[in-house]
Design a protein around this ligand. Structure first.
Ligand code: UDX
Length: 443
């Protein structure tokens, strides 16, 4: 296929997923138009600024803009006229006050696009949605589009991890194509041609399976994390060491060591809301029992946050109020500025609510944290927030925290006490520098 024969792509929604997809597809040689209803976001992207922290993306955005293959707009009409394949990349957050998925952005973007589709086109959902959504949207698109039956819908779930988004998009483990016709399958394949040419495995399937793959994958990952954290709870009362336990499990190829890091548990814009939405959807369609364990996975994960606070309280002799606490980390994981459902900020806010003087530092997420939680106090470096602290708590395992010299930090704190919420530090090193060191699931 010549480059000129590649389909023209639009990417609707330019958040973490959509912006990365748009930039990567342009870098692969496609003509791409990114759309967002947020004019400010469109302006920033068009001027070469990535509105969030993602390693490698700013450089790739600059190149894509220079190539002339990537543009941005707020107009659905322009997107409909331009594109042959339209990727829906809008958010599907948790509904306020419910575990259900909030589909308002997906519904709005698909409808707003469809009413302008006057010729044959493929609409491809990438957002994470409850099973059954794609079939409903396929009907909606046909009903609303002036081109009617000419417009088809496919589902192509996205598995990118924040912090590795560029690599995961350009070199995915696998592609999943949920389609209802041979034309749609071929069109989707043409929209991923350079990636398929690398030999990337493809699973060709129906719409419902494609939707389910994503929530099944995230549920499995969440379960693996909560499994090792449940073992940490057992270790805590038996004097066993969950780090050694995890290491021994990881040597078994059948189990594997990835997503087996014990600690403060999972957060972010995906895992927590996806397992809740999955459990909720399963209950709606009468198979709630099949995934009722996900409620337990969620409960184990939430307990990690309160147990971390227990460790801090323990080091302080039972009282949090009035204590000066240095929190290292705000992002839900390192190499990200995302604070959605961040365990770190949840712990910091709870301790603040219990009367502690909390100061927070994070290498990338401070601006987001300040905006969302102005009641907390923030500092400019790890040593800055540790000044005069009664206890230091590591909540996100940024590599700059792993490299902290315990002797240097000892100089500024009031008391040498540290809770390692992510098992990121060398306990022997810190203890030998005179620190009282505590970590979940370790003696
Ligand atoms: C996740 C999935 O990995 C990705 O495939 C999906 O598309 C979106 O959701 P992401 O939210 O970027 O990606 O984060 P991920 O790297 O998966 O980490 C999720 C959370 O689990 C983080 O809070 C992390 O700190 C935690 N985690 C991860 C652990 O607590 N232990 C582990 O062993 C691994």
């Amino acid at each position: 296929m010549e480059v000129s024969e590649l389909p023209r792509l639009t990417v609707i929604g330019t958040g973490y997923l959509g912006a990365t997809h748009a930039v990567c597809m342009a870098s692969l040689g496609y003509e791409v138009l990114g759309l967002d209803v947020d004019a400010r976001k469109v302006e920033r992207l068009a001027s070469g600024e990535v509105p969030f922290f993602e390693p490698g993306l700013p450089e790739l955005l600059a190149k894509a803009l220079d190539s002339g293959r990537l543009r941005f707009t707020t107009s659905y009409q322009e997107a409909a006229e331009f594109g042959d394949v339209h990727f829906i990349c809008v958010g599907t957050p948790q509904q306020p006050g419910s575990d259900a998925c909030d589909l308002r952005y997906v519904d709005a973007s698909v409808s707003d696009l469809a009413v302008h589709l006057t010729r044959k086109a493929l609409v491809v959902g990438k957002s994470t949605v409850p099973v059954g959504t794609a079939a409903r949207l396929a009907d909606l698109v046909r009903e609303l589009a002036p081109a009617g039956e000419e417009v088809e819908l496919a589902w192509n779930p996205e598995f990118l991890r924040e912090g590795f988004a560029v690599d995961d998009t350009l070199r995915p483990d696998r592609l999943v194509f949920g389609t209802t016709s041979e034309w749609a399958r071929e069109r989707l394949a043409s929209a991923f041609k350079p990636i398929l040419d690398h030999g990337t495995p493809v699973v060709d399937t129906d719409l419902a399976t494609a939707e389910l793959v994503k929530v099944a994958a995230n549920s499995f990952l969440a379960t693996k994390i909560s499994y090792i954290n449940a073992m940490a709870e057992i270790c805590e009362v038996t004097g066993a060491d969950v780090r050694d336990l995890a290491q021994a499990l990881a040597y078994d190829d059948r189990i594997g060591g990835r997503f087996l890091q014990p600690g403060l548990g999972f957060g972010g814009g995906c895992l927590p809301k996806d397992i809740r939405a999955f459990a909720h959807r399963a209950e709606e369609i009468g198979v709630g029992q099949a995934v009722s364990f996900l409620r337990e996975v969620d409960a184990i994960n939430r307990r990690r946050r309160s147990r971390t606070i227990d460790l801090v309280r323990g080091l302080l002799g039972g009282r949090l109020d009035g204590a000066r606490i240095a929190c290292l980390g705000a992002a839900f994981k390192p190499n990200s500025d995302d604070i959605r459902d961040a365990p770190a900020l949840d712990v910091a806010r709870t301790m603040h609510g219990l009367g502690a003087h909390v100061r927070v530092y994070d290498p990338a997420a401070l601006d987001n944290a300040r905006l969302a939680y102005p009641e907390l106090r923030y500092g400019e470096s790890a040593l800055d927030v540790a000044r005069d602290a009664d206890v230091v708590v590591l909540l996100t395992e940024w590599s700059e925290f792993r490299e902290i010299d315990p002797a240097a930090m000892a100089e500024v704190v009031r008391h040498r006490r540290i809770v390692d919420g992510r098992h990121a530090l060398d306990a022997v090193l810190w203890r030998s520098a005179g620190w009282e060191y505590r970590a979940l699931g370790r003696p």
